[in-house]
Design a protein around this ligand. Structure first.
Ligand code: DHB
Length: 311
């Protein structure tokens, strides 16, 4: 039996869901998610107009994860408004829109549309590392403050933020003030780590094509960074009622438990979904149940934030 949890007031079945960006762009992919054991359906980050994205190869897998520079390939926000309605017709999972944009006006336009749609939650991505000339907004708390000032109050749906990795605690503390000020309902941490490069020493080339091989690092490379960021969000936001969705290197049941201990309410999965397909949710849910049983816990939620200190 998957446990029922609450994220921003919504009931979610299970502690595991997909992360925006992996196998969630087309109707066929979203339909497969609807039929899977993902707890919520998070759709691909979308822009005002459809985009083809960067030239291929733009995603490459390695043993420890992946590197990608997709460049926002998506069908344009209007399609995802339509898909949300169709998804509601075939499953009872909460639907999450992921919003991207090149300027504040893009975000405003898309949030306006999703506010009137069937989506349950709206995740604002301020952390895409792959668009040349567009710095990750999440590293600029003043700009985020300004953007959120324009988005909060557009509609009634809870807003969340998809955040980049903060490698310095002071940065994360500044962002926490912005999150508190705008009463953000949930944070998703972390996005892929930008500005990374993987080189094939035989071919003497990068393993992806865009931007000379530079892209966002994903998968188990990221797990300690993601856990550290989730712990930081838990410490900074635990009294604010902000839900925390942990993402970065979740492959199995133990990984889920580690994120819960750090302070996550639930976890998202991208690289494992990309590599294994939608069956990963059933497998990981089963593994979580076994770990909890072995530990004698009735739920994962009772472990939230309960990381022990070394004596
Ligand atoms: C893309 C990558 C991201 O990490 C993200 O958050 C949004 C979009 C992309 O390149 O498509």
């Amino acid at each position: 039996m998957k446990e029922k949890i609450k994220i921003a007031g919504l009931e979610v079945k299970g502690l595991v869901m997909n992360a925006s960006g992996a196998k969630d762009t087309t109707w066929e992919e979203l339909e497969a998610l609807a039929k899977s054991e993902t707890g919520m359906i998070v759709m691909k980050s979308c822009t005002p107009l459809p985009r083809k994205g960067n030239p291929e190869p733009r995603l490459a897998e390695t043993k420890m994860g992946m590197i990608q520079s997709m460049g926002w390939p998506n069908l344009g926000f209007e399609k995802y408004v339509e898909f949300a309605k169709r998804l509601k017709g075939i499953c009872d999972k909460p639907i999450v829109a992921s919003v991207a944009g090149f300027c504040d006006e893009d975000y405003v336009k898309i949030v306006e549309a999703f506010s009137k749609s069937e989506v349950d939650l709206i995740e604002i991505s301020v952390s895409c590392p792959n668009i040349e000339g567009h710095p990750q907004l999440g590293y600029d708390p003043e700009k985020c403050d300004e953007l959120l000032g324009k988005l909060v109050g557009i509609g009634e749906k809870p807003l969340g933020l998809k955040l980049p990795a903060y490698l310095d605690r002071a940065q994360q503390e500044k962002m926490a003030e912005v999150i508190k000020k705008h009463k953000i309902a949930f944070v998703t941490a972390i996005n892929s780590l930008g500005n990374c490069l993987i080189i094939d020493p035989e071919k003497e080339t990068p393993i992806i094509k865009p931007r000379g091989g530079m892209g966002g690092l994903c998968g188990s490379y990221l797990k300690p960074v993601a856990l550290g960021n989730v712990r930081g969000w838990w410490e900074l936001l635990k009294d604010e009622g902000v839900a925390i969705l942990g993402v970065g290197g979740v492959e199995n049941g133990n990984d889920v438990v580690e994120f819960l201990l750090a302070g996550a309410d639930a976890v998202q999965v991208a690289t494992t979904l990309e590599k294994e397909g939608v069956g990963c949710f059933e497998r990981i849910n089963g593994e979580v149940e076994k770990v909890l049983e072995r530990k004698g816990k009735k739920s994962g939620t009772e472990m939230k934030g309960k990381l022990k200190e070394l004596s």
